[in-house]
Design a protein around this ligand. Structure first.
Ligand SMILES: Cc1cc2nc3c(=O)[nH]c(=O)nc-3n(C[C@H](O)[C@H](O)[C@H](O)COP(=O)(O)OP(=O)(O)OC[C@H]3O[C@@H](n4cnc5c(N)ncnc54)[C@H](O)[C@@H]3O)c2cc1C
Length: 388
């Protein structure tokens, strides 16, 4: 336990979450990886256990706990080896629900946030579009206001929980002529006429539901606008700090799990009459990986602490995701190597981890885009101002 960040209470929570995952989730993971669908019952159970409400107000059924409960939630989800299951859970709890909590009014929170905390409603966050994800301001989906309704047209792609969720948090242009200053955020019920979704097949995160969504003259009440009209880009950018931190924590936890597994394997595996953990080349590789994981983990905890103190950590969260996801990609690649041919087999955990970790440097802002943001901060002294 790192006592700078975690208390006894945190560790008790970690234990109960771990026990829950082993008992209730792990027995189903292989099936969900195959079908690409996480069954509804587990969402309800996770909700009943309070796992979706860790960061949310008590008024709506949440627990309003500090960020290290969220860190534990993310870490333990990575340690059951299904990036896809984890993604379904954190995309609901920390992508969709963050917008509901920060920009939704009381009515929206009662209708969507409260049942999201109990696991009765599942959400997704729809920003990326088929014609471009990195260039958020270039999005083409529009929301046209007519009296007390908006009419939404356009499409989104690569959306986690995009097919099976009950509601969608959607970014759309309300004043297209204003570019990124003309974007707004809406919450939309899945069963609204004009919404269709197609499930996408993908390399990893196979238990997660990733969808392409079309909006064809979708009519929603004007009250489904979240926050102020045309402020959407600022809200998205602001929450990117949390999203990047989430992905950074996922990356260090995933790597830790991979390395622990590889070390145990090395101790058990014999070659040339001794355990392969005695070969210096492999020992040094482990030492290097352990160092890199530890450095990323400590930096991620520090960034989490600062975010929890309401500091604006765009730079730090961006650095955390950029560095940790690259580190995880490299560590998992190397851990697979340490298992030799067994690393390549589906019966061993590294094959799935290898597929899953590849998404780290792509989703939630590619590494190229993160370097671009950091270059602007570092070289041009650009400030990314808080939206609220
Ligand atoms: C499994 C999965 C789940 C996802 N879940 C969600 C979700 O829930 N919600 C959501 O909104 N999105 C989601 N995404 C989308 C993800 O965030 C985007 O894929 C990502 O932002 C990249 O956008 P793109 O795929 O359109 O790539 P593009 O923007 O087309 O980029 C293609 C390549 O060009 C590079 N590039 C682009 N612009 C520049 C530049 N200015 N300088 C240098 N290089 C550049 C990129 O780095 C990349 O290498 C998900 C994606 C995947 C694969």
């Amino acid at each position: 336990m790192n006592s700078m960040y975690f208390t006894e209470e945190h560790e008790l929570f970690r234990k109960s979450l771990k026990d829950f995952l082993v008992k209730e989730v792990v027995p189903h993971i292989d099936k969900w990886e195959e079908t690409g669908t996480v069954e509804r019952f587990i969402w309800k159970k996770m909700g009943e256990m309070g796992f979706f409400g860790l960061a949310y107000p008590e008024e709506y059924g949440g627990l309003d706990l500090d960020i290290f409960y969220t860190v534990i939630f993310l870490e333990e989800l990575q340690k059951i080896n299904s990036g896809g299951f984890a993604a379904n859970m954190w995309a609901h709890a920390y992508l969709a629900m963050t917008h509901l909590n920060k920009e939704g009014n009381k009515e929206i929170k009662e209708k969507y946030l409260a049942p999201s905390i109990t696991g009765e409603k599942i959400g997704c966050l729809c920003i990326t579009e088929p014609f471009g994800g990195s260039d958020v301001s270039g999005m083409r989906t529009t929301a046209v206001k007519k009296g007390d309704i908006y009419i939404i047209n356009g499409s989104k792609t690569f959306i986690t929980n995009g097919v099976y969720s009950d509601y969608l948090v959607v970014a759309a242009k309300t004043s297209p002529e204003l570019g990124n200053r003309g974007m707004s955020i809406f919450v939309i019920d899945r069963d609204t006429t004009g919404i269709s979704a197609t499930k996408l097949d993908k390399l990893g995160w196979r238990a997660s539901d990733t969808g392409e969504i079309a909006f064809d003259n979708v009519v929603i009440p004007a009250g489904n606008l979240m926050g102020e009209e045309n402020k959407g880009f600022g809200y998205i950018m602001q929450h990117f700090s949390l999203e990047r931190l989430v992905m950074a924590v996922n990356a260090h936890a995933q790597s830790e799990f991979a390395l622990e597994y590889a070390i145990q394997y090395m101790k058990d595996r014999q070659a040339f009459g001794r355990s392969i953990s005695e070969f210096q080349a492999l020992r040094h590789s482990v030492a290097q990986m352990a160092s890199e994981i530890e450095v990323c983990k400590t930096y991620n905890y520090n960034t989490a602490k600062r975010l929890d103190n309401d500091e604006y950590v765009v730079k730090e969260a961006t650095m955390a995701k950029l560095t940790s996801t690259k580190m995880a990609d490299d560590v998992i690649y190397e851990c697979l190597q340490l298992l030799g041919g067994y690393g390549y087999m589906e019966d061993y955990p590294l094959a799935r981890m290898f597929r899953d970790s590849r998404l780290g440097p792509i989703g939630g802002g590619t590494s190229e885009i993160l370097r671009e943001i950091l270059a602007k901060i570092i070289i041009d002294n650009k400030e990314y101002k808080s939206a609220t």
